[in-house]
Design a protein around this ligand. Structure first.
Ligand code: FES
Length: 161
């Protein structure tokens, strides 16, 4: 599946350092999306993402500064989505040709959401789910929606800011 990294942290054992590792893997995925996986590795892709982020020291700061990164539209399944941890972003396609993007940081306690299936974004830590069209909470314990981001289609790529 496209949103599976094969390295999803255990809910309560993941420390910040592990999470940062996953972000790095996600950063690689942005530049090397292919064959439906985000777990590809390659330092060139990571450098490209860092470059696109204006040499920002973290994905959070790049997102905050409005930096943009391209994601292949074809890698976002209808009814599903792609989690780009390096950008703290989840991109969804609720209906064909309609793309949405939200913060991938769960509003409960800050875990990264890790999957999107059947138009539902899931957080692995405590089970919160969010509507992939609106970011609204479907099931708690989260009580606030995922903040929406801007996503634009550019050819066969998506730009999230
Ligand atoms: Fe997401 Fe608790 S951090 S449900």
């Amino acid at each position: 599946m496209i949103s599976e990294h094969g390295t999803t942290p255990a809910p309560d054992r993941s420390g910040l350092s592990r999470r940062q590792t996953f972000r790095a893997a996600g950063a690689v995925g942005v530049g090397a999306l292919g064959a439906g996986t985000l777990a590809a590795c390659g330092s060139e892709a990571e450098e490209a993402v860092e470059s696109a982020a204006g040499s920002a020291s973290s994905a959070a700061s790049s997102a905050a500064s409005g930096a943009a990164d391209a994601i292949k539209a074809a890698d976002v399944p209808v009814g599903g989505g792609v989690v780009v941890e390096s950008l703290e972003t989840v991109v969804t396609q609720p209906t064909e040709g309609e793309y949405k993007a939200f913060s991938s940081v769960c509003t409960h306690q800050g875990c990264q959401v890790d999957s999107v299936e059947e138009n539902t974004i899931r957080c692995p830590c405590h089970g919160s789910t969010f509507d992939a069209s609106t970011g609204e909470v479907l099931t708690g314990p989260a009580d606030k929606p995922l903040p929406e981001k801007s996503v634009t289609v550019d050819g066969d790529g998506l730009t999230v800011t």
